[in-house]
Ligand binder design. Sequence first.
Ligand code: ATP
Ligand code: MG
Length: 346
Amino acid sequence: MEQPLHRQCHRGHPAHRRRRHGARLDPGAPAAPRHLPGVSAVAESDPKFISIEGIARRYPAPGGGATTIFENLWLQVPRGAFVCIIGHSGCGKTSVLNILAGLEQPSDGVVVVDGQAISGPSLDRAVIFQGHALLPWRSVLGNVAYAVSSRWRKASRAEVEERAKRCIDLVGLRGSEHKKPAELSGGMRQRVGIARALSIEPKIMLMDEPFSALDALTRGTLQDEVRRICTSTGQTVVMITHDVDEAIYLADKIVLMTNGPEAMVAEVVENPLPAARARDTIHREPDYYTVRNHLVDFLVARSRTFRDEKPQDYDPRHPPQVRLGAAPEPPPANTIPFPALAKGRE
Ligand SMILES: Nc1ncnc2c1ncn2[C@@H]1O[C@H](COP(=O)(O)OP(=O)(O)OP(=O)(O)O)[C@@H](O)[C@H]1O
Ligand SMILES: [Mg+2]
């Protein structure tokens, strides 16, 4: 479920809060690249934009004591990066995302975003969960406009609607502005959730398996849209997925988490595929199978064994950054690339 906006409150530094919320919308004025959906932007160089510093999550164990889901977890996400986290069920991915969102407190450690330790939910961090938390009595426009007016409380109704409509356009829902959520398909509802998240210009988009409940074709279309929007606006994204191909298509960096309990970040894989990759041809990229096989091998075997077999110089503060070589690797005989699978269903 997407975090309802009325539950998102700002608890950041007051000066920072004034800067973000005091701004009035000016639809006529030229916007900065990050602030105008669809306009190219160069990611600013800020390698520690999100800095996860030694966080832990522990729960009381049934027989007393505590179960450690993960501890001493460190990770940095540069500004403008699209990072996917993959790992087996139960390793703690959603817990990490909830801590990033400020919805859960870590048992230890801290998360610093843009130089500020986070202490609770904020409109700076939009969360899109698997489902959606649309207000059923409001139209598509009403849902998105509600988010915009929460962000810019002094904006006029016309300004709010103008921005809301631009975001609705961006996710391909022009013409459906006046429909209620009940009149929309699952994919359309998820688009409204994305439009709503984008409309508040969050510093970070946090997505927990946002496409997993959708059929393959809708999922592919929405992946394309999210990739187009995020690359063109320089949006910083942290997304959880179980889908290796989705991670390769969308992510700049792919974080591999070992199995829990006491899960670890085994490595951060730099995606070597060109930024201009396309869904239909991605499987022809020279490094595609190298990356795919590396990720699948991790999920099949190393996610289980990494703790015992990790390199001697493994340092949780600096998880290994893996850059896979350009050596072409032939696809395994039993692997059908996902675009081919998707085409077969058309
Ligand atoms: N409130 C809670 N009390 C006790 N244990 C919990 C609680 N919430 C989560 N856990 C445990 O923490 C672990 C990590 O949960 P989390 O939801 O973060 O995993 P995940 O990697 O997102 O899994 P999935 O891929 O299935 O969504 C799980 O073993 C889960 O049982
Ligand atoms: Mg989860």
